[in-house]
Design a protein around this ligand. Structure first.
Ligand SMILES: [Zn+2]
Length: 268
């Protein structure tokens, strides 16, 4: 189910199936189904526990008591979850001499916090998501996913998640990983690939890498497209304020701009 959930999010965003999951969780502002379902699970557990405490004659209560004594996996998992996310439940139960009833809302809230903490750590440690780390610090829904023209939102999703075909991305896999020259911008570098490879091996030479920043801000190939941007927008680019490019105020201009850039980039 979780794989289906992720596939559906990627399909909605218009990115490839093998796109790294971190920007998908982050931009959709979603948590795994397991985390979202946790409240239902704890509420179910609590309802059965209360029936058991009341010596209910219902069959479900007997089934619950039996499954608990057998230590079935769902029961053990529930115990493990609430011991972790609401450890105070046991102390509360001792004070009232009733069975422990974890607070399902609190368990869900803490489970979400835990997931967002894990997401944050994975994001910061990712060596691939350099651009994403510059524009995204907190897990939460992104305004570009609200854009009505799905195609435009797709171009933004490609750029943010590095699910694109810029040389910085395509040059990092397989044998291409060996040499930096595969990542150089085709427009800003010599077309002589052998010379480029030789230059890449010299310690004093820094190749012009075609990464997201070069693509949207620096590459002279797209200078004319940049001149059509609003003054405010160009200032944001100059100041490297990339996070703001994706805010409510600028996301439509970003969508149009990245679409034009991408079409020009991929036309040859
Ligand atoms: Zn360039």
């Amino acid at each position: 189910m979780e794989n289906l959930h992720l596939s559906l999010m990627k399909w909605t965003m218009g990115v490839r199936k093998n796109t790294t999951n971190i920007p998908i969780w982050g931009d959709c502002g979603r948590c795994p189904i397991g985390v979202q379902m946790i409240k239902l699970l704890i509420d179910f557990h609590n309802r059965l526990t209360q029936l058991d405490d009341a010596n209910s004659a219902q069959i479900v209560r007997h089934a619950f008591a039996e499954q608990r004594s057998m230590g079935l996996e769902w029961y053990r998992t529930t115990q493990m979850l609430y011991h972790r996310f609401d450890p105070e439940a046991l102390a509360r139960s001792q004070r009232s001499s009733k069975s422990a009833l974890p607070n399902s809302t609190l368990v869900k809230k803490r489970a979400e916090e835990w997931f967002k903490g894990e997401w944050n750590q994975a994001r910061e440690q990712s060596r691939k998501l350099i651009f994403y780390n510059a524009i995204k610090k907190e897990h939460g829904f992104e305004p570009y996913l609200h854009l009505q023209k799905h195609k435009k939102a797709k171009f933004i999703a490609w750029l943010r998640s590095s699910s694109h075909f810029l040389n910085n991305e395509t040059g990092r896999y397989g044998l291409r990983y060996e040499s930096q020259h595969h990542r150089a911008c085709n427009f800003c570098s010599t077309e002589d690939k052998e010379l480029l490879q030789l230059l890449a091996n010299l310690p004093t030479v820094n190749l012009i890498i075609e990464d997201e920043e070069h693509f949207i801000r620096d590459c002279p190939r797209y200078g004319e497209l940049r001149s059509e941007l609003s003054l405010v927008y160009r200032e944001l680019l100059t100041k490297r304020d990339y996070k703001d490019l994706f805010s409510e105020d600028h996301v439509i201009e970003t969508a149009k701009y990245i679409q034009k850039l991408s079409l020009m980039r991929y036309e040859n």
